[in-house]
Design a protein around this ligand. Structure first.
Ligand code: PMT
Length: 403
């Protein structure tokens, strides 16, 4: 799987003959699974039309800072926050100068100022303009501000000159973009993740379950794979597709999930329990569908405690680095900390499932990361983005704990 899979990439195009290559760049990023939006400066539109880029990207092309219609669709601040990566290719000498001065006098320069993501620029200009000390000073200033400078390449130029100033080839730009997302944080580590709900059978047609969709666990599996891990999901029933390059074992009940987890507990480096496991199951699951009793308006189901999968993995011989989740509705940190201690975990990710729009079956989540020394909050993010942040938190603590 490409590390660009499902990444959101904003491509900025400025005025230069290399702008025609930006069309190919958009295509190639999409071929790798990225979603691409394009922003063009006025000068760029002298070289290539927004219509071409719109047709290729499948999204409207953004060109104006103060366009009420465009703002009604996706405002410029929203657009600045949308991307995982902003690539300006080609970046002209004029644009580089404006960027170095921190100007926000058109849509693209404003997005560069308001962005949250990494910014990379691919300079493209005449070799004399590139060699000019003003351009060189501007580029060093941008480098000091952690803006990646990709290129330029050396070679013959459209104007007939030869030297450094050509935009890097599209292949090279795509490779550099992909490298941004290959953290290698969990390279070669074996990670097992439980995800989704469990179903505790009452009879052949009825069960007790909960609202877990599996989204948090699957997002973590994807983020672990992106970080280089060999990842396996032990999944309760969900509607989700298995993330590419991830093994998956399907289970139904807590007992099945317990057996699957225990069989791997000594054969993994990190165990992450996102599953919402039923704490109890019916003592007896009827062989046949239970019939309504004519003489009774109530029904009593006797329940028995399920094993605690996470606690059992964490207390097994050669236990892996164990990360629990805590679904709480009050005193979130207090209860998370008590699970950390009781289950003998390295860390707990706590979410307040009483809040609307996060937790069970939502696309976003907001969590508190609790370990034995401290706790820190992570703001509301999509589960995909949150999972990547959590991989950073987990790998940091795992590396500290590893002998
Ligand atoms: O699946 P989604 O719709 O994306 O929702 C995500 C989520 C809300 C389910 C997830 O973020 C979450 O909070 N998962 C843990 C839910 C839970 O059961 O929490 P708990 O506080 O009851 O359990 C604490 C920990 O022990 C959890 O890591 C749980 O997986 C584990 N556990 C609990 C009981 C049990 N018998 N075995 C376990 O392993």
């Amino acid at each position: 799987m490409s590390s660009l899979q499902n990444k959101q990439i904003l491509v900025g195009i400025t005025g230069g003959i290399a702008a025609y290559k930006s069309a190919e760049l958009v295509r190639r990023l999409q071929d790798q699974g990225a979603e691409v939006r394009v922003v063009m400066t006025k000068a760029a539109m002298e070289f290539i039309t927004p219509l071409t880029l719109q047709a290729l990207s499948g999204n409207p092309v953004h060109t104006e800072l103060l366009d009420p219609e465009a703002e009604a669709g996706m405002g410029h601040i929203e657009l600045a926050r949308w991307g995982d990566l902003l690539i300006v290719a080609p970046a002209s000498a004029d644009f580089i100068a404006r960027l170095a001065q921190g100007q926000g006098n058109d849509l693209l320069s404003t997005l560069c100022l308001a962005r949250r993501s990494k910014l990379a620029i691919a300079p493209a200009m005449n070799q004399a303009m590139y060699a000019n000390s003003s351009t060189q000073d501007n580029l060093s200033l941008l480098e000091q501000r952690d803006i990646a400078i990709w290129g330029p390449a050396v070679g013959s130029q459209a104007c007939g000159d030869v030297g450094p100033g050509r935009m890097l080839e599209v292949d090279e730009l795509v490779d550099k973009a992909a490298a941004q997302f290959q953290s290698g944080l969990l390279a070669g580590k074996r990670v097992v993740i439980t995800a989704g709900p469990t179903r505790e059978a009452i009879d052949p047609v009825r069960y007790i379950s909960n609202h877990s969709s599996g989204k948090m666990g699957y997002a973590l599996a994807q983020a672990c794979v992106e970080a280089g891990a060999i990842c396996e999901l032990i999944s309760g029933p969900t509607q989700l597709a298995t993330p590419p390059h991830c093994q998956r074992q399907d289970v139904e009940s807590a007992l099945e999930m317990h057996a699957a987890a225990m069989s791997r507990s000594n054969d993994c480096d990190i165990f992450i329990a996102t599953a919402a496991v039923a704490d109890f199951r019916p003592v007896h699951s009827a062989d046949q569908k239970i019939k309504k009793q004519a003489d009774s308006d109530t029904m009593i189901i006797e329940m028995v405690k399920n094993p605690d999968i996470l606690a059992d993995v964490a207390s097994s011989e050669h236990a892996p680095f164990c990360v629990g989740f805590a679904a709480e509705t009050q005193d979130v940190e207090h209860y998370a900390r008590s699970k950390l201690e009781k289950k003998n975990l390295a860390m707990v990710i706590a979410n307040d499932v009483s809040q609307q729009g996060i937790g069970f079956n939502s696309d976003d989540n907001q969590v508190l990361v609790v370990d034995h020394e401290s706790s820190s909050a992570i703001e509301k993010l999509s589960k995909t983005a949150l999972a990547r942040r959590l991989v950073e938190e987990i790998s940091k603590r795992y590396n500290k704990s590893a002998p």
